[in-house]
Design a protein around this ligand. Structure first.
Ligand SMILES: Nc1ncnc2c1ncn2[C@@H]1O[C@H](COP(=O)(O)OP(=O)(O)OP(=O)(O)O)[C@@H](O)[C@H]1O
Ligand SMILES: [Mg+2]
Length: 239
């Protein structure tokens, strides 16, 4: 972690509306190089909205988003991917009728340099994807599909990986695998921002976290502080 370095991602007073629905209200957060930061929030809290807005998907936005020192508010998702931001979408977002390999190659379409080297690294991280490379993505298990979605994002050679609810719909043992992979990627230098309802496991894997409640960031702290916070324990850890 490098909090003495400038933030890789800085979100300031970010508000997002869908018509008359305000999904994000003046949210501010930072992600420093080398961190895993988790955004904890219940259904509808605004997690996906925040991640999609950073990527450049939403239109009705006020506030600022800075990536690596440059303002990216209003910049298209396409350009942000080229600059090194990626989002592994909620529900995985893989192309169901395409093979594992074609899904991975699609992830590289912005960055065709080093494709075979990147593919090799992804197969090293996810040996199951190499075994299943010719299999149609639809027929993968939920955990395999999540790995494919992460692998596809890695093919764009990102500097910030955002992962929207990686554990959703997965059995606990598979959730452990996914968090172990995120931890490993982080140790190998990737900076990660993830959203989760599975607060306990996410906080065990993250360095810091933010709590998002109906569009507002209400609390932040180190993972340890949040794990011990009585409000967090009651609302998100069932304790
Ligand atoms: N395209 C949209 N049009 C209108 N309202 C939307 C749209 N997308 C999200 N919302 C609303 O914005 C709020 C935040 O939604 P968002 O999807 O960001 O929450 P979330 O924290 O990701 O929830 P979940 O855990 O269920 O994925 C919700 O009230 C939702 O109904
Ligand atoms: Mg969501």
């Amino acid at each position: 972690m490098a909090q003495n370095e400038p933030a890789l991602l800085k979100v300031e007073s970010l508000s997002v509306s869908y018509g008359h629905i305000q999904a994000l209200k003046s949210a501010s957060l930072e992600v420093y190089p080398g961190e895993i930061v988790v955004l904890i929030g219940a259904n509808g809290a605004g997690k996906t909205t925040l991640l999609e807005t950073v990527l450049g998907i939403n239109a009705q936005v006020t506030g600022s988003v800075t990536f690596d020192g440059r303002s990216i508010r209003g910049v298209s998702a396409d350009r942000n991917v080229r600059s090194g931001i990626c989002l592994v979408p909620e529900g995985r977002g893989v192309f169901a009728s395409m093979s594992v390999l074609d899904n991975l190659l699609l992830g590289a379409h912005h960055n065709m340099r080093n494709v075979s080297k990147n593919l090799r690294r992804i197969y090293d991280w996810f040996p199951i994807l190499e075994k299943r490379r010719d299999q149609i993505a639809r027929t993968l298990s939920g955990g395999e599909r999540q790995m494919l979605a992460i692998g596809r994002a890695l093919m764009s050679a990102p500097r910030l990986i955002m992962v929207d609810e990686p554990s959703i719909g997965l059995a606990p043992i598979v959730v452990n695998d996914i968090f172990a992979i995120l931890t490993r990627l982080n140790r190998e230098g990737y900076t990660i921002l993830l959203s989760e309802q599975n607060a306990y496991k996410a906080l065990k894997c993250a360095h810091r976290g933010y709590v998002l409640e109906t569009g507002s960031l209400t609390l932040s702290g180190t993972a340890g502080e949040l794990l011990n916070d009585p409000g967090v324990r009651q609302a998100y850890l069932g304790a």
